[in-house]
Design a protein around this ligand. Structure first.
Ligand SMILES: Cc1ncc(C[n+]2csc(CCOP(=O)(O)OP(=O)(O)O)c2C)c(N)n1
Ligand SMILES: [Mg+2]
Length: 358
């Protein structure tokens, strides 16, 4: 596989960070396009939620994290894993359910994970990540660590009980957590306006006497600046916050949804005109980065994505005996024996007594 040495590209060092961010945004877009093709070819099982259109908020927010901060997200998480530095090979292998996937092939698209990079998942239950992130922030306080947790959620999670409970505890206990609400205007097919009485979602923070802020989620630099400021306050002053980033997902809710039943083609086209990738590329060009340099980095990324698909295809599935590894406490075997029909403990008779046969 040919790759291009990006270090040889003529890049002004003052735009180096932006250049790196753009590379990651482009990687996410191309990676997810490849994932969709593989899903449609039935090489990826389960669900597959793409984030095309949301790359600026994903990359901007992750760029604001320190190396030892912790990240927790919902299920639309391919971009978050890639932005946090999980190699494309490991993410694609996870989608394929292979042994060298970042969750050892046991998680799949919604449950990406890389604890070595402070990425604690990838959670499939809407709002399920909120108490987990809040508890992680409490553990940081207990250990006296100057670190913060960034917890991503969608607009569809802000009416869950777990949201209110988590925000309340974060405020009462002064926990170092920033709740990043990605408002992409829809939760599956339900618009924010139909689901939320207060559609300015950042204002919910006020109910908990917490700072709340809204940014243009398609403006990479605006997201990074706001996330950086709120995360620094969380780390140093233990002030939790809500950051709402307004953006748009171009594709359907999942690969199985065409995404047209609840919104018009015109709306999608209108939003695509503000594509964060185009905006960021234009920003780089305006700051003197030559178009050829950007074309070269795009070619390099495309090769990386292609290589990740080959890697996932070649990788083996996890061994069957390892499928439940990490899910249960050591010593749980006895409990499994008890759950099996015909078990040595005789519970099968208890479970089925008075059941089907009578
Ligand atoms: C507790 C729970 N209820 C329902 C679902 C089904 N479900 C999956 S995604 C989703 C919508 C979430 O929308 P949002 O939070 O806006 O995230 P987005 O899909 O826009 O990223 C729903 C209802 C679920 N996974 N968990
Ligand atoms: Mg949404």
């Amino acid at each position: 596989m040919a790759t291009i040495d990006s270090t040889a590209l003529p890049v002004d060092p003052s735009v180096g960070d932006l250049y790196e961010r753009y590379r990651t945004m482009f990687l996410i877009r191309r990676f997810e396009e490849a994932a969709e093709r593989q899903y449609k070819a039935a090489r990826i099982g389960g669900y597959c939620h793409l984030s095309s259109g949301q790359e600026a908020v994903t990359v901007g927010a992750v760029a604001a994290l320190e190396a030892d901060d912790l990240l927790v997200t919902g299920y639309r998480c391919h971009g978050f894993a890639l932005a946090r530095g999980v190699p494309a090979d490991a993410v694609m292998a996870e989608l394929f359910g292979r042994a060298h996937g970042c969750a050892h092939g046991r998680g799949g698209s919604m449950h990406l994970l890389d604890v070595s990079r402070g990425y604690y998942g990838g959670w499939g239950i809407v709002g399920g990540q909120l108490p987990i992130a809040t508890g992680m922030a409490l553990s940081l306080v207990r250990r006296g660590a100057e670190q913060a947790v960034l917890c991503e959620l969608g607009d569809g999670a802000v009416n869950m009980g777990a949201w209110h409970e988590s925000l309340n505890l974060a405020a009462v206990w002064g926990l170092p957590v920033v709740f990043l609400v990605i408002n992409n205007l829809y939760g599956m097919g339900t618009s924010v306006a139909r689901a939320s009485a207060e559609t300015d979602l950042f204002k919910r923070a006020g109910s908990y006497r917490m700072e709340g802020e809204r940014v243009d989620g398609d403006d990479l630099e605006e997201v990074e600046a706001a996330a950086g400021r709120l995360l620094a306050q969380a780390r140093k002053e233990r002030r939790p916050a809500v950051l709402e980033a307004v953006t748009y997902r171009y594709r359907g809710h999942s690969v199985a949804d065409a995404g047209l039943a609840y919104r018009t083609k015109e709306e999608i086209e209108e939003r695509r005109r503000k594509d964060p990738l185009v905006r960021t590329r234009e920003l780089l060009e305006a700051r003197g980065v030559p178009a050829e340099g950007l074309d070269a980095i795009e070619a390099e990324v495309e090769a990386e994505v292609e290589a990740s698909v080959s890697f996932a295809e070649r990788d083996a599935p996890p061994a069957v005996e390892h499928l439940a590894a990490g899910m249960y406490m050591p010593g749980s075997e006895e409990q499994f024996e008890r759950m099996r029909p015909g078990s040595p403990f005789g519970e099968a008779e208890l479970v089925f007594a008075g059941g089907l046969g009578e």
